[in-house]
Design a protein around this ligand. Structure first.
Ligand SMILES: [Zn+2]
Length: 330
């Protein structure tokens, strides 16, 4: 953190930083990536235990995406392998990282203490169309469920499907079961009609863990002002993401400044209590200023540079996600 000013370091270290999305577990399983040991500072990729620490991250949602090659078949084993990778990491360093399953677990975290890991599903392919398996994944510790990735699944159509269908009856059951069990619903990747349905039926606040603003860059993965307002009115939080492909029409030109433009817009539309960060580290190409986990304080420096008050920066860095998870986790 020595690359940053004393003011940035001080504010960042004394903030509760909550990152709502990473795909790091995919890098710890062997079937899709070169396997990395998450105990070591990696030469490739974006996050591991040392770089979570160096970035000052206090809580991290680890997505269990089935794997690009396992969306059609074997999705359950793909997600379970990633889930097991997090358990491996926690077993290997229990004093440094701990599983968050309850509000009390989350409330017990503090800057300097162990990092709180929240397990998430990215897409419900791994439920194999069986709502009972949602209970199984809940028993295994999953507390955040993204309904879809880009394509269609049994619950809904992702924004990449290019369709205008809403949630299926199974998708509605998933939202209801999440509401009942105390699992966060996550609408990043979902298409517009599906998001409208979640807004209509969810009895709890929900999140978009890694999505930017469509008014800044009109990409299907970014949210319209109406959607941003809807999520905020419901008490939810939107995580601005570092993914260059959603930051700037020319992803090669994406910068930290683009991310700050998206955050500014999200704050303007949703209000400062409903905006957070979901890096998408290890699942995206981030801008150069945010090339790896230890660069996280660059966001804090950028927000200070744009004149945000320290208390508002703390909300964006993590207090907002912390609040909404405390509300939803039982
Ligand atoms: Zn994603």
């Amino acid at each position: 953190m020595s690359a940053f000013s004393a003011q940035t370091r001080d504010l960042h270290q004394n903030s509760f930083v909550f990152d709502a999305h990473c795909d790091t577990l995919g890098h710890a399983t062997s079937h899709e990536f070169v396997r990395r040991d998450l105990l070591q500072w990696g030469e490739s990729g974006h996050l591991d235990l040392p770089r979570l620490r160096a970035g000052g991250i206090n809580a991290q949602i680890f997505a269990c995406f089935p794997g690009l090659d396992r969306l059609g078949a074997n999705a359950t084993s793909g997600a379970l392998q990633r889930l097991e990778a997090l358990y491996d990491l926690i077993d290997a360093a229990p004093d440094q990282i701990t599983l968050v399953q309850t509000g009390a677990d989350l409330a017990s975290l503090s800057p300097g203490g162990p990092i709180g890991a929240i397990l998430g599903l990215e897409g419900v392919e791994s439920l194999d169309g069986q709502i009972r398996l949602l209970r199984t994944f809940h028993r295994l510790g999953v507390r955040n469920i993204g309904l879809t990735w880009d394509p269609r699944n049994a619950a809904a159509d992702g924004s990449g499907a290019g369709t205008t269908f809403g949630l299926t009856p199974f998708g509605r059951d998933v939202v209801q079961a999440c509401n009942e069990l105390g699992v966060m619903v996550d609408v990043s990747h979902l298409n517009d009609a599906g998001l409208e349905d979640v807004l209509a039926i969810s009895s709890k606040p929900f999140i978009a863990s890694h999505s930017n603003a469509r008014a800044v860059f009109a990409h299907r993965r970014n949210l319209s002002d109406e959607q941003i307002r809807g999520i905020a009115e419901k008490g939810g939080v939107i995580g601005a993401t570092f993914a260059s492909h959603f930051l700037n029409p020319d992803y090669r030109k994406a910068t930290l400044d683009d991310l700050l433009d998206h955050i500014d817009h999200l704050v303007q539309v949703a209000g400062v209590d409903h905006v957070g960060i979901g890096s998408d580290f290890d699942g995206c190409l981030p801008p150069p200023e945010l090339s790896s986990g230890e660069k996280y304080p660059a966001v804090t420096a950028g927000l200070l540079g744009r004149g945000y008050a320290p208390e508002d920066i703390r909300k964006i860095l993590g207090e907002n996600f912390r609040r909404v998870f405390l509300e939803v986790l039982s």
